[in-house]
Design a protein around this ligand. Structure first.
Ligand code: PLP
Length: 404
C-alpha cells in the first residue's frame, strides 16, 4: 500500500471556480483577489486581509510593515519551519531563539518572561535592549506549531508590558482557537499560508491579516512593487516586491474557504483514528492539546518518547527507513532552525541554549496526514509503525531506553 505524507483535497467546486476565472479575462489584480481577502478577513475575525504569493512573503511584509530592520532583535522559536526566521534575516534583523514548552512544542511564555526580565535592560527612552549584544528588542514572533495555538494571553501581556510588536505566524493553524478566539486575531499582524499541505490551499499563496488600516495599505503597496495607491499610473512611493497572488489562486482559495469547515472536520477525524491506534504506547508521545485550545490539525507528528535524545534519534532513523520501505510517506519534522547548516555558517541569531527544542527536534516524526486518508490507510501506517517499534523494544537494553 502507498500512503503519501500529504495530499490536497480538490473538488469540482475548485475546478469550476478556477475555470470560471480563466474565462473571465481577469487573471490578476481582479475581483477574485478582493473577494478572497474580504471573506478570509471575515473568517478569521479581522478587519483587513492582504493576499500575497506565499506565507513567507506574508511574514516578510509583516516584518517590513512594522519597521523591524538591521540589527533589531525579535524573540521567536527555533522549532519551526525556516520561513519564520528567514523573514527576519531578509531584513537583517536577528532572531533570538527562546526555548519551547516540552508538551505543546510552542514558544514557552515563561522563557520569554525570563529573557525579558534577566537578559534585557530597559533604557531611559523605554526601549528594551538585549544585555549581551546591545541590540534593541522590537518584537515577539510566536508560531502556532502543528496547528496548536500558543499560550497567547501571557505572550500578549508581555508584548504590551515591554512595548514589543506581536507577529503571529499562523501559517499552520488556520481555524485554531485559543480561549474561544481564532488565531490570527492576537497579534498586531498575522500571517497565513496556502501551500498544498496546509489546511486549505491556493497551490502557492499567503495572507496577512490586521486591524490596522495603515499596515494593510502598506502591505498592499509593498506586494505590488511599492505602488502608490492614490496615483494615476505606475508611480511608486516605496521599495516594493512582486508578491501578488493571482485571481486564479484566489478563485481556488475561495472554493477551499467555502469548504474549510468540512476540510477541518475531516482532518480531525483522521487525527482521532491515529489516536485510537497509537494511544498508550510507552515509546510514543502523541500530540497534546491543552485545555482552552482547539487545535486545527495540520500534520500528525509523534515524538519518540525515550531518553536520551540521541537514542530516540537513532530509533527514528530506523522507523523512517522501515516505513518508507513499505510505501509510507514520513519525514523528520522539524529539524530545529538553529541547527540547519546555513544557520551555523554565520552568527545570524543571538545564541542561547535550547535543550527542549533540540530534544523535540531529535524525536519528531511526521506521519501521513490529509483529508482523504482512509481508515484502512491509517491502520496500515499504525500497524507498520507499531510492528517496527516492537522490534526496536526487543532489541534495546532497558537501561538504554527508559520511557520518558
Ligand atoms: C508553511 C509555513 C510558512 C509559509 O510557507 P510558504 O511555503 O512560504 O507558504 C511559514 N511558517 C510556517 C511555520 C509554516 O509552516
Amino acid at each position: 500500500m502507498n500512503v503519501p505524507l500529504s495530499q490536497p483535497d480538490i473538488s469540482k467546486r475548485e475546478i469550476e471556480y478556477v475555470v470560471r476565472t480563466l474565462r473571465s479575462g481577469r487573471l490578476s489584480l481582479g475581483p477574485r483577489v478582493t473577494e478572497f481577502e474580504e471573506k478570509f478577513a471575515n473568517y478569521v475575525g479581522r478587519r483587513h486581509a492582504v493576499a500575497v504569493s506565499s506565507g513567507t512573503a506574508a511574514l516578510h511584509l509583516c516584518v517590513r510593515a512594522l519597521d523591524i530592520g538591521p540589527g533589531d532583535a525579535v524573540l521567536t522559536t527555533s522549532f519551526s519551519f525556516v520561513a519564520s526566521a528567514n523573514c527576519l534575516l531578509y531584513e537583517r534583523a536577528l532572531p533570538v531563539f527562546l526555548d519551547i514548552h516540552p508538551l505543546t512544542l510552542n514558544l514557552d511564555p515563561a522563557e520569554i518572561a525570563a529573557y525579558l526580565q534577566q537578559g534585557c535592560t530597559r533604557r531611559a527612552d523605554g526601549r528594551v535592549v538585549d544585555k549581551s549584544s546591545g541590540r534593541a528588542v522590537k518584537g515577539i514572533l510566536p508560531v502556532h506549531v502543528f496547528g496548536l495555538p500558543c499560550d497567547m494571553d501571557p505572550i500578549r501581556e508581555l508584548a504590551d508590558e515591554y512595548g514589543l510588536w506581536l507577529i503571529e505566524d499562523a501559517c499552520e493553524a488556520l481555524g485554531a482557537e485559543y480561549r474561544g478566539r481564532r488565531v490570527g486575531t492576537f497579534g498586531d499582524v498575522a500571517a497565513f499560508a496556502f501551500y498544498p499541505n496546509k489546511q486549505m490551499t491556493t497551490a502557492e499563496g499567503g495572507m496577512i491579516v490586521t486591524d490596522d488600516p495603515r499596515i494593510a495599505d502598506l502591505c498592499r503597496s509593498m506586494r505590488n512593487q511599492g505602488r502608490d495607491p492614490g496615483a494615476d499610473g505606475p508611480f511608486h512611493a516605496r521599495l516594493g516586491f512582486n508578491y501578488r497572488l493571482s485571481d486564479l489562486h484566489c478563485a481556488l482559495g475561495l472554493a477551499q474557504l467555502e469548504r474549510l469547515d468540512e476540510l477541518l472536520h475531516r482532518r480531525e477525524q483522521v487525527a482521532a483514528l491515529y489516536r485510537s491506534h497509537l494511544a498508550g504506547h510507552p515509546w510514543l508521545l502523541l500530540p497534546q492539546t491543552p485545555a482552552g485550545c482547539t487545535r486545527s490539525w495540520f500534520v500528525y507528528v509523534v515524538q519518540i518518547a525515550a531518553a536520551p535524545a540521541h537514542a530516540a534519534e537513532q530509533v527514528r532513523a530506523r522507523l523512517l527507513r522501515a516505513l518508507r520501505a513499505r510505501g509510507i510517506g514520513c519525514q523528520i519534522y522539524f529539524p530545529a532552525i538553529h541547527q540547519q547548516s546555513y544557520f551555523q555558517q554565520s552568527t545570524q541569531s543571538l545564541v542561547r541554549p535550547l535543550p527542549r527544542t533540540e530534544s523535540a527536534s531529535a524525536r519528531s516524526l511526521a506521519l501521513p496526514f490529509f483529508t482523504q486518508a482512509t481508515a484502512d490507510e491509517i491502520r496500515y501506517v499504525c500497524d507498520t509503525l507499531l510492528e517496527t517499534l516492537q522490534g526496536e523494544v526487543a532489541n534495546t537494553r532497558a537501561q538504554d531506553m527508559v520511557p520518558r
